[in-house]
Design a protein around this ligand. Structure first.
Ligand SMILES: NC(=O)N[C@@H](CC(=O)O)C(=O)O
Ligand SMILES: [Zn+2]
Ligand SMILES: [Zn+2]
Length: 345
């Protein structure tokens, strides 16, 4: 049995750091293990312009504890008023690495997102021209579409038409949750990748709803049937470079998760790499963990992999992860995989 593996230092291609006290609390949880992360712009107010992204990056770097090395890769929140020239300048100057598209109303802090996709066409055309990736929260929001179908309907009615209308646009389907999304990624040769979260490799919709409602497993896109979780495990462990790690670690204070209208998001920054080692070991694919967590993402974003390494070790007894961290505005519950995990980072 494998007792330890050493891989290039991983990166997180989808991360929520928030701001202020919450950011100070969660940043070390990521920076301890990951070299870089794509930082989501869904603050209140959102990070829309290059200047706002530069200021946010500076706040993150100022909050980084002494001795930790971590590079935040910034994104711009796409609105119907986004200026294509501001986006292009931020990309050219290395301030922003990608643009994030939230359909308005789809998820946490998405009210400023896109309602009419025609309005953002000039930005998308500019991005295709300069090769800047578009990260998409891929769910439709029409009330008549069942929440478990929103990703699959998005692929057919929004994503595919946008990609056909904008040749050369490089797209990352964020936090995919369905076999339809994995199949769509595989059916395209270029310009399309997908992030897969830690929690969607562990939970299906039963984990949220059976035996009582479990708000800490509620995230968006919501976890689907077991067959979809299996499809994600197969994609993540396949070695296919179009799939890479984006934890979507999304901290909310417990009192807003355990609430009559609980927030969406799972907080996985603290224990992601041991949890991934558990999944990859179970699939006899530990040799592919480095690709998924450390190599495929940089390749998609045109960056070199990290030079240094981390070592994951397997203990005889299950690893005890912290149940919560202190988040500034109250405790934040760390994602519970629900099964014994023997790995630690
Ligand atoms: N995934 C989530 O459930 N929540 C994210 C937003 C997002 O990534 O959709 C958040 O910001 O809390
Ligand atoms: Zn999202
Ligand atoms: Zn997210």
């Amino acid at each position: 049995m494998t007792r330890s593996i050493t891989i290039r230092r991983p990166d997180d291609w989808h991360l929520h750091l928030r701001d202020g006290a919450m950011m100070e609390a969660v940043l070390p949880e990521t920076a301890r293990t990951f070299g870089r992360a794509i930082i989501m712009p869904n603050l209140v107010p959102p990070v829309v312009t290059g200047a706002q992204a530069a200021a946010y990056r500076d706040r993150i770097l100022a909050a980084l504890p002494e001795g930790m090395q971590f590079e935040p890769l910034m994104t711009l929140y796409l609105t119907e008023d986004t200026d294509p020239e501001d986006v292009a300048a931020a990309y050219r100057d290395g301030i922003a690495r990608a643009v994030k598209l939230y359909p308005a109303g789809a998820t946490t802090n998405s009210a400023s997102g896109v309602r009419d996709f025609d309005k953002v066409r000039p930005v998308l055309e500019k991005m295709a021209e300069i090769g800047m990736p578009l990260c998409m929260h891929g769910e439709v929001t029409a009330p008549e579409v069942d929440i478990f179908d929103r990703e699959a309907v998005f692929i057919d009615t929004v994503l595919d038409p946008i990609r056909r209308a904008t040749p050369g646009l490089r797209v990352v389907m964020e936090h995919i949750t369905t076999s339809q999304a994995a199949d769509y990624v595989r059916s395209n040769d270029t310009d399309l990748g997908a992030t897969i979260t830690t929690h969607h490799l562990f939970i299906n919709r039963n984990h949220i709803l059976v035996g009582g409602i479990r708000p800490h497993y509620y995230c968006l896109p919501v976890a689907k049937r077991e067959e979809h979780r299996r499809a994600l495990v197969v994609a993540a462990t396949s070695g296919d470079a179009r799939f890479f790690l984006g934890t979507d670690s999304a901290p909310h204070p417990d009192h807003l998760k355990e609430h009559a209208c609980g927030c969406a998001g799972c907080f996985t920054a603290t224990n992601t790499m041991p949890l991934l080692a558990h999944i990859f070991e179970a699939e006899a694919a530990l040799d592919r963990l480095e690709g998924f967590a450390s190599l495929h993402g940089p390749a998609f974003y045109g960056l070199p992999p990290n030079e240094d390494t981390i070592t994951l070790t397997r203990g005889d007894r299950p690893t005890v992860f912290p149940e919560k961290i202190e988040g500034g505005a109250g405790p934040v519950t760390v994602f519970d995989p629900g099964v014994p995990v023997h790995w630690s980072a």
